[in-house]
Each structure stands twice: as C-alpha cells, then as structure tokens.
Ligand binder design. Structure first.
Ligand code: ZN
Length: 430
C-alpha cells in the first residue's frame, strides 16, 4: 500500500512529546482566542505557561456538555468566523443542540483520522464503501465519506434505511464494506439471509458506528453476511465526529489517535484517574483542533484503557469498546448499573439472541424490580427457556450484584430499529 495515514511515531516517548506540544499549543490558543476558556482558566487560577508536562493537565478545568449548551449557538469557539468553514451539530435529544465549528484544518485533520481508520481496518483504494449512516447536520455520513475519499476508495453514499435499495446496491455495485449502525447491520444481515443474497454480494467488512454492538450481534452479522471483520467505530460530535479511533484486525481494543487527543479515564464521581484497566468516564483534550478545541471535556462515555501493546505492534494505545454512558447508568436497589454490563453477560451466554430490553418497575411493596427480556436464539427450543433464564439470572447476581428476573421471549419479537435501539425502560415514575 502506498500512502499511509499512520503517524510516524516509534516510541512512547515520541508520542508523549507530541502530546505535550499539542497540549501547550491548545491551552495557549484557547486562552488567547476564547473568552469562555480564558474565563474558565482564570477561575481555576491556571495560566497556559504553567503547563510544563503532561501531568499538568490535572490543573486544567473540565468542560461539559452543559457548557456547550450554554454557549449556543457557537460554543467553545476559538477561531474567527472568517476561518470557520463548516458547522456540525448533535441530534440533541434534550435541550439545545451541541454545535461545533470547524476550520479547514480541522476538516483536513478529521479526514486524515478517518482515512487512518479505514487503513487500520485493511481497506485499500480498491474497496467500495456503502455508507448507510445518516447524512445531514450531524457528523456521521459526511465523516465516513470524507475518509473514504481521502483514502481513495469508492464511496457509495446511500444513507440509512431503504432496505430494498441497500440490498440492490450490495449486489449491483459489489460493495466490499458496509458502514451503518449496529441495529441497521443486524437488519441487513437478516434481510440478506431472507433474500438468499449471501452468495451474490461481495461484502468483506462492516464498520459499525454510533451505537455499541454486542458480541452476539457481531457474531450474527459475521455469520449471516459472511464478512471477515466487524469493526466498532467510536464517534463523538464534540471530538470531530466518528473516526477518532478503530480496532485493528486483531480486535484487541480500539486504537485511538493519541497524536490528535489525550484521553483520560476518570472516576465520574471523584474525577480522579482510575487505575489502568478499570472502568471510568472518558475525558478528552484535543491537541490540534482550532475552531472548537476541547479541554478536559467530560464525554460521559464509559470505557477502560487496555494497558498492553496490541498484537499488531502499533504504538497507538487502546481503549475498550464503549460500555454505555454514565448518563445511561441506572440505579436499582442502590447498585449502579450500566446497560453494557447486562449486554456483556448476554453476549457470553449460549442460546440467546442479540436483542434484549431492561424494564425497571416499582411494585406495591415499594421496592424496585428489574426484568430483563431476552430473545431466544433463532431456532432455539422453548423447552430450554427456564434453564436459560436461571443461568442468566445467576450471572447477573454474581457479576452485577443485583437480582433480576429474566424472561425469554421468541426470536424476532423484540423491536428492531434502523437507528439506536432503546434498551432501558424505566417505569418507576418520579
Ligand atoms: Zn492493533
């Protein structure tokens, strides 16, 4: 392969030097050019010249999604409008949308990062990439497309939904890569199976964005579509969009582009670093972003570092798949639970499908109850349901330290969605 988008970094020391330079550039840039950050730094009593080492990042104040909402319409803006070439916004389910500005350099950096994702996934200029994620003001479609074009592969910008057309394109254009949400990937896998298309398509890789996919979902997609690899692409509008890291073909963790941003994993309560390998909240500081830089931005996504070198030998560090959001965490009987924990147990249980729902109810005795509805695997025997339910109930009790009732339902009875599937139904009122 000719051009590479991987950084020419050979040692951790070199990487740290790049991070320190980027951190110092960022704090100077925002202090000089953003009223918001200058005020925040002054309140915290920190000046850019006090940042001498990477450890000094702990002196910097945090930024939150609330800051972005309060700064609407152009929060964190650190470049003049004449240098801003584009905006993107989050879909914004609550309150105001988060809007992020980009300079041309930011767009170029994003394209390079995304091309790096495709490169690490083993794509070449010969690949044909069917982009079945949404196009619009949010960062998805346009980001996936930028990266394809930067790499030099062929983009097929179809957008989400429209299953008939998706199937037709897979067959007619011989797409080798499909980019979609995990739910859409499952839908496509079932559809290709149903229509008997598997031998007529050329799909080799799936890149799943914007939603966690479970091990069970990935296995199903691999089997039904006959693909070699399913990749999970993390994406955060505040941090350019999707494309800021990807697992490689060894699938030992998500390599993240540590030459573009610093990732801290902190305890969401104490805001202190968790020991390497423990779950915490992702806190992000960008190193080159001009228009809307992030300084210790609390992403609310939960994950953990994978404190080892990947089998591929890359110097780029790895974090685990996202285990949900600290906001999605629910409390039942004084235990904090992340849907990702339930997901993990189900993924490692034989005999269940990929779909599940968690229902929380408060009964007349005043106590809270958790019911987990899980689909039996396709073609599974309903006579085995009681035994299966007990296995899952015991695993939940042992691993999450809370009791839940497991109800096994028929395969295909829980709703599928082309967008994100709702997992937690909290019926406990206020
Ligand atoms: Zn690797």
């Amino acid at each position: 392969m000719g051009k590479t988008f991987m950084p020419k970094i050979r040692t951790e020391r070199e990487l740290k030097q790049i991070q320190l330079e980027g951190l110092q550039w960022t704090v100077n840039h925002v202090y000089k050019n953003s009223e918001f950050y200058r005020k925040r730094f002054d309140e915290a009593g920190v000046k850019p010249k006090q940042i001498h080492s990477l450890k000094d990042i702990a002196k910097l104040p945090f930024t939150t999604s609330k800051d972005l909402q309060e700064g609407y319409p152009f929060p964190l803006r650190s470049s003049p409008f004449e240098k801003i070439v584009r905006i993107h916004a989050s879909s914004g389910t609550t309150g105001k949308r988060k809007v992020l500005c980009y300079t041309q350099k930011d767009i170029n950096d994003w394209a390079n990062m995304f091309a790096r994702c495709y490169e690490i996934a083993g794509l070449t200029t010969k690949d044909r990439v069917q982009i079945a994620v949404g196009y619009g003001v949010w960062t998805a479609g346009v980001g996936f497309q930028l990266g394809v074009e930067r790499l030099g592969a062929m983009a097929i910008p179809i957008g989400p939904g429209n299953i008939d057309m998706q199937c037709q394109f897979l067959e007619d254009f011989q797409s080798t890569v499909l980019c979609s949400t995990a739910s859409m990937g499952i839908l496509m896998a079932e559809e290709v199976e149903k229509r008997g298309l598997r031998e007529k398509i050329a799909l080799k890789k799936l890149i799943m964005g914007s939603e966690r996919s479970s091990d069970a979902q990935r296995k199903k997609m691999r089997e039904l579509l006959g693909v070699e690899h399913v990749f999970d692409i993390p994406g955060l509008t505040e941090l350019y969009g999707p494309g800021t890291g990807l697992d490689c073909i060894y699938h030992e963790g998500i390599h993240y582009w540590a030459d573009y941003y610093i990732l801290e994993i902190l305890n969401p309560e104490t805001l202190q670093p968790v020991p390497p390998g423990e779950i915490g909240e992702m806190v992000i500081t960008t190193l080159r972003k001009e228009a809307a830089p992030l300084v210790r931005y609390r992403a609310r996504d939960l994950t953990k570092m994978i404190p080892k070198r990947c089998s591929c030998g890359s110097i780029l560090p790895m974090h685990d798949r996202l285990l949900g959001r600290s906001d999605d965490m629910f409390i039942i009987r004084a235990v904090n639970i992340y849907p990702g924990q339930v997901d993990h147990i189900l993924s490692n249980t034989q005999g269940v499908g990929s779909e599940y729902q968690i229902h929380l109810d408060r009964k007349e005795d005043g106590k809270d109850y958790m019911t987990i509805k899980v689909e039996r695997r396709e073609g599974g025997n309903s006579a085995e349901d009681p035994a299966l339910a007990i296995i899952i109930e015991e695993a939940i009790k042992k691993q999450i330290l809370v009791s839940g009732k497991v109800v096994i339902v028929d395969y295909g009875t829980l709703p599928r969605s082309e967008r994100k599937s709702k997992r937690v139904f909290d019926n406990r009122g206020v």
